[in-house]
Ligand binder design. Sequence first.
Ligand SMILES: [Zn+2]
Length: 97
Amino acid sequence: MVNAKGTLRTCEQGHSYSKSSDCPTCPVCEQERKPKEGFLSLLSAPARRALENQGITTLQLLSQYTEKEILKLHGIGPSAMPKLKQALEEEELSFNK
Ligand SMILES: [Zn+2]
């Protein structure tokens, strides 16, 4: 069925959406797919710079550091830690012990 808004589709995950193009990408799935660098966007600018200066641009790299090591970086405040922990947990990672 085709109307002015496009065709109604259902993706593999069961999301319904309408698309006028024949691009098969579901917008709901698209939004749920987070970029690996996404955790940096949660942080304040000084905290983000502190991690970038250390070369920590992915959660995989972050997980190689201990919580103490990260806290010692200039620019990382205690308020950044819960955000980092949560971001790690979402990827089933954690700080080094
Ligand atoms: Zn979907």
